[in-house]
Write a protein that binds this ligand. Structure first.
Ligand SMILES: CC(C)(COP(=O)(O)OP(=O)(O)OC[C@H]1O[C@@H](n2cnc3c(N)ncnc32)[C@H](O)[C@@H]1OP(=O)(O)O)[C@@H](O)C(=O)NCCC(=O)NCCS
Length: 151
């Protein structure tokens, strides 16, 4: 069974999350490992999907004022396409409602745009743009709690 847990930055499971984020988000692009993320930033909330003590999915919600930014959404290769990513994002959107956020935004890899669209996110950038350390084309997408998809 998969459990979905909001954890503190110093929870032991975050060591596995560092590996997961690197393996899924960086290694396939030949990007060198850099764990120099400020996971201790109190604005960051960490959601982990756990199966039998193994971190199989992760999403990070960073809250600034009335806005939330989602980053580093990753599901282990052998557990992709089994609903874990969708459930993580639904939990993130529910948290945004709980926190009274006006908007949740993210920079989606163009390959994942349809995944976020299905969850109610709307693309707001016309052009894709290179983003992050991989330089992959990304698009900005937004979700408005209480309203859902807007254009
Ligand atoms: C993208 C990702 C987070 C989705 O998580 P997941 O658990 O695999 O997704 P789900 O099983 O909840 O998928 C639900 C639906 O989203 C769509 N989807 C999922 N992954 C997709 C992908 N890579 N490309 C296009 N559509 C995708 C599919 O329509 C899927 O439904 P289907 O399996 O019935 O076709 C995960 O595949 C992943 O970690 N990919 C590599 C890293 C990445 O791209 N992260 C996002 C960075 S912005």
């Amino acid at each position: 069974m998969t459990q979905y847990r909001w954890v503190a930055h110093d929870d032991p499971i975050m060591q596995q999350v560092l590996d997961l984020r690197f393996d899924v988000l960086m290694a396939p692009f030949g990007v060198t490992r850099d764990d120099d993320w400020d996971d201790a930033d109190p604005a960051s909330l960490h959601l982990v999907a756990v199966e039998d003590g193994r971190a199989v999915g992760y999403a990070r919600l960073i809250i600034h004022g009335g806005e939330g930014q989602v980053r580093q959404v990753a599901v282990a290769f052998d557990r992709q396409r089994s609903g874990i990513g969708s459930r993580l994002m639904r939990e993130v959107c529910a948290k945004a409602v709980d926190c009274g956020l006006d908007v949740v935004y993210l920079h989606a890899r163009h390959t994942a745009e349809s995944f976020y669209t299905r969850l109610g996110f709307v693309r707001v950038s016309e052009e894709a743009f290179p983003f992050g350390r991989t330089g992959m084309p990304h698009v900005r997408m937004e979700y408005r709690p209480g309203i859902g998809a807007t254009s």
